[in-house]
Design a protein around this ligand. Structure first.
Ligand SMILES: NC(=O)c1ccc[n+]([C@@H]2O[C@H](COP(=O)([O-])OP(=O)(O)OC[C@H]3O[C@@H](n4cnc5c(N)ncnc54)[C@H](O)[C@@H]3O)[C@@H](O)[C@H]2O)c1
Length: 251
């Protein structure tokens, strides 16, 4: 393993499972000091204790709650500067997210509160933490923000389109302060989030067949682009969408 992130400090939200877990552990392996943040503190603690390489710390953090977000950033600030933030935590309410005419307001509100408000709060406190120092912020977006994917994910798609827009405007507003903001767009990636699709052969085949590479993604497929965007190798990249979807959105 290289040490592309040696000497850097990173916060990864949603690090208790799936993509966030893989990315946080990879950042640690690349030499970073990593804060594994999750609403599920037990999962974050297990993921952090499993990590090899740089120092790993678990943090309880509910991204939809500003007091919780501020407290997590205060804990990090007390230990030193923060170079990298991956605003990754999110939910998708399978079986509840529906066609707009059938969508319950509370499903909409819950999805937007976590995915969109959560990204807003994570970035709001990230730019404050990086003031005067600069840094790299990476949001986890979704193909559903740009294409319908043949699925009915009204609340989820809308919340992720909000994340893409947020990342773009924060990139423009903070470029002069040395803060870069990019969005990684994973395709269908088999994590606990999509367990309902993975368990349904017809839905799964529909998504896999929509890729050029003819397979589902894994959390490990997303690690490399995250390391690139977190590291100085991507010094000229900001405001971008980085798609890792096996060709799903280009087909
Ligand atoms: N899996 C996919 O196919 C896919 C595709 C595109 C984008 N994404 C996005 O990738 C991100 C990670 O998804 P995943 O597939 O790894 O899911 P996952 O369910 O495996 O992990 C999500 C993590 O986020 C945490 N979380 C949920 N609500 C939270 C909150 N309020 N505060 C803090 N943490 C919270 C969960 O506890 C969990 O550990 C999400 O933003 C998701 O929308 C996933």
């Amino acid at each position: 393993m290289s040490s592309k992130l040696a000497g850097k400090s990173a916060l990864v939200t949603g690090a208790g499972s799936g993509i966030g877990l893989a990315v946080a552990q990879r950042f640690a392996a690349e030499g970073a000091r990593v804060y594994f943040a999750d609403i599920n503190h037990g999962a974050a603690a297990a993921a952090a204790s499993d990590a090899a390489g740089g120092t790993s710390t678990a943090l309880a953090m509910d991204i939809s709650d500003e007091a919780s977000v501020a407290a997590a950033y205060a804990t990090i600030a007390a230990e030193g500067p923060l170079d990298i933030v991956v605003a990754n935590a999110g939910v998708q309410l399978f079986g509840q997210d529906a066609r707009v005419g059938d969508l319950d307001l509370e499903v909409w509100e819950k999805t937007v509160a976590i995915n969109q408000r959560g990204a807003f709060l994570t970035l709001k406190h990230a730019v404050r933490a990086m003031a005067g120092l600069g840094g790299s912020i990476i949001c986890t977006g979704s193909p559903t923000a740009v294409v319908a994917c043949g699925q009915t994910f009204t609340a989820y798609s809308s919340s992720k389109a909000g994340v893409h827009g947020l990342a773009r405007v924060v990139a423009a507003d903070y470029a002069g302060e040395g803060i870069r903001v990019n969005t990684v767009v994973p395709g269908y990636t088999e994590t606990p989030l999509v367990r309902t699709i993975a368990a349904d052969p017809v839905s799964r085949a529909g998504l896999v067949d929509s890729t050029m590479l003819g397979r589902a993604g894994t959390a490990a497929d997303v690690e490399g682009i995250m390391v690139f965007l977190a590291s100085d190798d991507s010094a000229y990249a900001t405001g971008g969408l980085f798609t890792v979807d096996g060709g799903l959105t280009a087909l």
